[in-house]
Design a protein around this ligand. Structure first.
Ligand code: XCC
Ligand code: SF4
Length: 630
């Protein structure tokens, strides 16, 4: 493997080469050792749900086992496996949301966690009929937190945030019986229904998957986003830089990796503590340099402009620079390999959550009750590690790009109202955006989200797709590791408007935005849902009628499958750049890429080539425009 084959950016290539020179193992080496993936697993036809198995279905019709020992068909096995992926993804996002709700419940006037966005709190309180008159802001916060926590296990009713979706969308969900009840309930139900001897009908299983996924998108994830904004502030546009070149040789470098802002916000505060700044000086450093990785990077860059070290496939490379004192992680997307890798360098690999303990890591549990002190202890550990650097092992690549980030729904609305006052009459801040789409200045919008995957050249899928879309006057909104790919490739700098078609370029100039908009972390795809809903409301048509699509060119996690399913269920056609493990079930493939359209007005498309995918999306966008008569 040559460094040019694995990634498009120089930083990644250079550090991959360093790994080779130093004979240190990375994800690409392990992928090579893995050779071809297991054929049964790849097609989704391996079942190990009970101990009579594992059963696997022969790919050749009429030859070998065509059913599991219990009689389950290939389609049933594939659909059950798919449903369990959705459940896994929804569980991860939603448990993140639950933690944020707990943090809001703990918030107090003199505590470590405070209410930073009162206006947003009051808005959500009103939305949920919480009394706000003459009440202490923290009483309101605690009630909102408690209602949120009840969304996970309430015995009756449907999820509250579903009311945000257009009326027609709600009708579609009702007709298909996919309106989620409580979040945990949907996840438990799907685990039950996929247990040995329960649901054995592909269509019902995909139906349940849709309901469970919606409990993530319009439930757990939305709670995660909204309550994080209340606690830590709703993002506003700010400047940052991205790629491993943001690490600084003279400073104590701390990489924040994982997902939940409960931890990272405290680390940001702790890194500004005078006592710790002094300690950094004492150990001979020029200060403390925080840099983010994966979704934690998105959270802290959106709210503080903290620089982005990289995305999923760069986590090992950060350690490989030899200049990182600590990688501090909480939950999700953390490669266990960081434990043995950090042994080859002076880097401390610090786990903080009981939900994600990793053999070989230094576990320093983050205590939310004493959050600030706990964060200080962890940061102190990093600073004290500065003296253990091995200078001959240090190499920080120079590449980094400038990016403007921080586009929450609210800040997009504010930015748009700068362009024209016409929104006042229409009562929608999103009128200028809606008008641009209706008039055709913008052909449409695409959400590009998701991970890195060693099956795809690092960032190639994201960047090529985005470039092609913006060149064709399609505005891109992005989150997760896709957003970081865009930031590193310079697509989030305002100068990137030069890569856009004339219509999009004009919009970028007028509204003063880049052509690719950073909307946050993966739970923040809920921001994208609400943005589409706003445009849907302004234009007076349901979400499935709009010229918008979704895509995950390099997805890998179960969370991404949950996301894809709720985006499709919300009426937005979604392209996957990596084929999910479903091809062994022809009926399942037919439901996902065909029949879902009859149910919810959208379906999945699978296309590995990002340029071809872009063309297909643009065609679909034009088709929607024609249908709308615009
Ligand atoms: Fe993880 Fe959220 Fe995927 Fe990135 S995009 S690899 S899930 S960090 Ni969510
Ligand atoms: Fe085999 Fe059926 Fe058991 Fe799955 S549930 S392992 S198909 S016997």
């Amino acid at each position: 493997m040559n460094e040019k084959d694995i990634a498009i950016d120089i930083d990644t290539q250079e550090l991959f080469k360093k790994a080779k020179d130093e004979e240190v193992e990375t994800t690409w080496d392990r992928q090579k050792l893995m050779k071809k993936p297991c054929g049964f697993g790849e097609k989704g036809v391996c079942c190990k749900i009970c101990a009579m198995g594992p059963c696997r279905i022969s790919p050749v019709a009429g030859r070998g086992a065509q059913k599991g020992i219990c009689g389950a068909t290939a389609d049933v096995i594939v659909a059950r496996n798919f449903a369990r992926m959705v459940a896994g993804g929804a569980a991860a996002h939603s448990d993140h949301g639950r933690d944020i709700a707990h943090t809001l419940y703990m918030a107090s006037k003199d505590g470590n966690y405070k209410v930073r966005d009162e206006e947003k709190l009051l808005r959500i309180a009103k939305e949920w009929d919480v009394e706000t008159e003459d009440r202490d802001i923290y009483d309101i916060a605690h009630e909102v937190a408690e209602i949120s926590l009840n969304e996970f296990g309430k015995p009756f009713g449907k999820l509250k945030f579903l009311d945000r979706a257009p009326e027609e969308r709600n009708k579609t969900w009702e007709e298909n019986d996919i309106k989620p009840r409580a979040i945990d309930r949907e996840i438990a139900t799907i685990m039950h229904s996929t247990h040995m001897g329960c649901t054995a009908d592909a269509e019902s299983l995909i139906n349940m998957s849709m309901r469970t996924s919606l409990s993530d998108g319009w439930g757990g994830s939305m709670i995660g986003t909204e309550l994080s904004d209340i606690l830590f502030g709703t993002p506003i546009p700010r400047e940052t830089e991205a790629n491993l070149g943001v690490l600084e040789e003279g400073k104590v470098n701390i990489v924040l990796h994982g997902h939940e802002p409960t931890l990272s916000e405290m680390i940001v505060l702790a890194s500004e503590d005078p006592e710790l700044k002094k300690l950094a000086e004492e150990v001979g450093a020029d200060g403390i340099n925080l840099a983010g990785m994966c979704c934690t990077a998105n959270e802290v860059t959106m709210r503080h402009g903290i620089k982005i070290a990289g995305n999923f496939h760069q986590q090992e490379l950060a350690v490989l620079t030899g200049a990182v004192e600590a990688v501090i992680v909480d939950v999700q997307c953390i490669m266990p390999s960081l434990a043995s890798l950090s042994d080859c360098y002076h880097t401390k690999f610090i786990t903080t959550s009981p939900k994600a303990r990793i053999t070989g890591a230094d576990h320093m549990e983050f205590d939310e009750e004493k959050a600030y002190e706990s964060a200080k202890t962890i940061v102190r550990e990093a600073i004290e590690n500065f003296k253990n650097r091995e200078n001959e092992k240090i190499f920080i690549p120079k590449g980094k790009s400038h990016a403007t980030v921080g586009y929450s729904l609210e800040s997009i609305g504010d930015q748009l109202t700068r362009v024209s006052n016409s929104y006042i009459e229409s009562n929608s801040k999103f009128k200028p955006l809606g008008d641009c789409i209706l008039s055709g200045v913008l052909r449409g919008a695409v959400g590009v989200v998701g991970c890195n995957n060693s099956k795809v050249k690092h960032d190639y899928g994201h960047v090529e797709l985005m470039k092609e879309l913006i060149a064709n006057d399609v505005i891109v909104v992005t989150t997760g590791c896709a957003a970081q790919a865009a930031a590193k490739a310079g697509l989030m700098s305002k100068d990137a408007k030069e890569l856009a078609g004339l219509g999009l370029k004009t919009v970028c100039e007028l509204v003063d935005i880049p052509p690719v908009i950073h909307m946050g972390s993966c739970v923040d795809i809920s921001r994208i849902l609400t943005l589409v809903k706003e445009v849907s409301e302004y234009t007076g048509v349901d979400m499935d009628k709009l010229p918008v699509t979704g895509s995950a060119p390099e997805w890998m996690s179960e969370k991404a499958i949950a996301i894809g399913t709720y985006v499709v269920s919300s009426g937005i056609n979604t392209w996957l750049g990596v084929t999910p493990p479903v091809t062994g079930g022809p009926e399942v493939v037919d439901i996902l890429t065909n029949k879902m359209e009859d149910m919810v007005g959208a379906k999945f498309f699978i296309e590995e080539d990002p340029i071809k995918a872009a063309k297909q999306m643009i065609d679909k966008i034009e088709e929607k425009r024609n249908e709308l008569g615009i």
